[in-house]
Design a protein around this ligand. Structure first.
Ligand SMILES: Cc1cc2nc3c(=O)[nH]c(=O)nc-3n(C[C@H](O)[C@H](O)[C@H](O)COP(=O)(O)OP(=O)(O)OC[C@H]3O[C@@H](n4cnc5c(N)ncnc54)[C@H](O)[C@@H]3O)c2cc1C
Length: 260
């Protein structure tokens, strides 16, 4: 293992955070228990004083076919997974197009688009030295209770990459803001949409300093330039308060807020 300085104001998708030393985990290393693991930082908001961080190194960035199974390392970016699926005519991964992140982040978040999610595709996840069957891991809408750090996952191979499905799912995401963000800030409450609620309480397009609730999609907290952690937190709290006051609905963050 080794330390690498990562500037989160550049690395994270929302372009907020300090430059800190991150412990890079290599293949044979024992994974420390006192550090928070990050993937591609597409679903994170870092405070100026985050907890100690670690990240899986390039050793965990691979896709390989073994018999009738596909094994993917947890540090593999979604773009690489999609290219591999296209090249090898594999079905199931079309929805990861433009879903930024690594396999590890997708597993932890049970990431997905509409009814397509990562968990239904899985056979097992490698946690430490054991392969844990996916059906033994509790998961649901945008969460999974992984029993530790995932280093790889195995998928039964299904042939038939579907380019038209990829295109169809991409058009569903055409209304996503182009400014830096961490994706949807809140999970959709049962039977409703966080974006609809934020808009209904008058916060669509509402700005605080460099941060705003997007005027394109109200559940995206966007960085219009120079946005700070404090501004982001102010907007998150304001949305939660107003939605609770008006509708009695508790909004739950989808983005992970990392503060020491
Ligand atoms: C523009 C934009 C659009 C997005 N659209 C979508 C969407 O349509 N659907 C969707 O589901 N998400 C979406 N997201 C959110 C994000 O793409 C996903 O949550 C993605 O899976 C995050 O992956 P990551 O590697 O960046 O994880 P990170 O943001 O780095 O981490 C997220 C969580 O995963 C955990 N984690 C990461 N790696 C591992 C591992 N190896 N083992 C255990 N835990 C791990 C981290 O500890 C953290 O809790 C979007 C984000 C952006 C910026």
């Amino acid at each position: 293992m080794f330390l690498k300085t990562i500037d989160f104001s550049k690395y994270s998708s929302i372009k907020i955070g300090p430059a800190v030393d991150v412990l890079m985990i290599e293949k044979e290393d024992e994974i420390p228990e006192d550090r928070y693991l990050i993937g591609g930082a597409n679903n994170l908001l870092l405070s100026p004083t985050p907890p100690p961080l670690m990240m899986l190194s390039k050793n965990f960035d691979y896709c390989r076919i073994e018999g009738d199974m596909l094994e993917i390392g947890a540090a593999t970016p979604t773009g690489k997974i999609l290219s591999f699926a296209r090249k090898n005519d594999l079905a199931g991964f079309e929805f990861v197009a433009k879903l930024p992140g690594t396999l590890g982040g997708m597993l932890a978040m049970n990431a997905g688009v509409k009814s397509h999610e990562i968990f239904p595709l899985l056979a097992s996840i490698r946690i430490g030295n054991a392969w844990v069957p996916a059906k033994e891991i509790e998961h649901g809408y945008r969460y999974a209770r992984l029993p530790g750090i995932a280093t790889a996952a195995c998928f039964p191979i299904r042939r038939g990459y579907d380019e038209s499905l990829r295109r169809e799912l991409l058009t569903l995401r055409n209304n996503q803001p182009r400014e830096p963000s961490a994706g949807s800030a809140f999970k959709n409450p049962p039977g409703d949409y966080a974006g609809r609620l934020i808009e209904a309480v008058g916060l669509k397009g509402y700005r605080r300093g460099g941060m705003a609730w997007s005027d394109i999609h109200a559940n995206f907290l966007v960085n219009l330039g120079g946005g700070t952690y404090d501004e982001a937190i102010t907007l998150i709290n304001l949305a939660k308060e107003r939605v609770m006051e008006r509708f009695g609905i508790p909004l739950e963050e989808e983005i992970k807020i990392l503060s020491a």
